[in-house]
Design a protein around this ligand. Structure first.
Ligand code: PEP
Length: 256
């Protein structure tokens, strides 16, 4: 089965509105519209940048999708500081990153929180990009496959097979995020294949073959091609290299 690669840029807490507009415009100017038939492209700016970035893409009629970096699962109410799924949907997000390791480690997001967000996003028709990945100590202990597949099982608890089809998993080894230390294609493929086998166990082979599994962790224009050549890697979640239009666009090209 051929899956369309997805390249998603996670801008993290970078770019004021004017900076975000410049970056979005550079990406829009530099992308060959035809490439979007072969590769899905998304950017995930900070909440305040979503609308201005959407306006750039709309004005240019370029089919680059928008994602949020986080969301709360309740639809509204007294949750000071949180952003709801109806809010990001109204702005035009079709993706939302969930369970990024920075949220798990810096903001104590648990597997249960991730599951609540995944279920609420699915209900709203937004595709969650579910981040999983082991720390260096877990890798060194040799139990990383058990660790990552347990995160996958927890994220999908209570999800029906028909709803799992439109979800995305991003394997992001914590030791490779923002460190410049990328997993080798073989290391990344081993875990992405184990993630797909877990999805097959949960939802059947047919569904597992349709779910996109991305790699994230210091992916850049120099290493993307080899990583993306692996059979179970269907794109990338890009942090640092997504902040420079030329690097991001090179990665998009490598995903053709
Ligand atoms: C990320 O934060 O999702 C990520 C992969 O970051 P980087 O590419 O900078 O390692």
């Amino acid at each position: 089965m051929t899956r369309k690669n997805l390249i998603a840029g996670n801008w993290k807490m970078n770019n004021t509105i004017p900076e975000a507009v410049v970056l979005a415009q550079e990406i829009s100017n530099g992308i060959y519209p035809d490439i979007l038939d072969e590769v899905d492209v998304a950017v995930c700016p900070p909440f305040v940048d979503l609308k201005p970035v959407k306006s750039v893409f709309e004005f240019d009629r370029v089919n680059i999708a928008l994602g949020a970096q986080n969301v709360y699962w309740e639809p509204k109410g007294a949750f000071t500081g949180e952003i709801s799924i109806p809010m990001i949907k109204e702005i035009g997000c079709t993706y939302c990153i969930v369970g990024h390791s920075e949220r798990r480690h810096l903001f104590d997001e648990t597997n249960e929180d991730v599951n609540l967000k995944v279920r609420a996003l699915i209900e709203a028709g937004i595709a969650p990009i579910i981040c999983v990945g082991e720390s260096l100590s877990v890798r060194d202990e040799g139990v990383y496959l058990d660790f990552v597949t347990a995160q996958v099982r927890a994220a999908y608890a209570g999800v029906e097979a028909a709803d799992a089809v439109n979800t995305v998993v991003a394997y992001e080894p914590v030791w490779a995020i923002g460190t410049g230390r990328t997993a080798t294609p073989e290391q990344a493929e081993e875990v992405c294949a184990a993630i797909r086998a877990t999805l097959a166990d949960l939802f059947g082979v047919d569904v597992a073959e349709q779910v996109r599994v991305l790699y994230g962790g210091s992916m850049n224009e120099g290493n993307a091609e080899l990583l993306l050549a692996e059979p179970d890697i269907d794109g990338g979640l890009i942090g640092g290299a997504a902040l420079k239009a030329s690097s991001f666009l090179e990665i998009v090209k490598a995903a053709k």
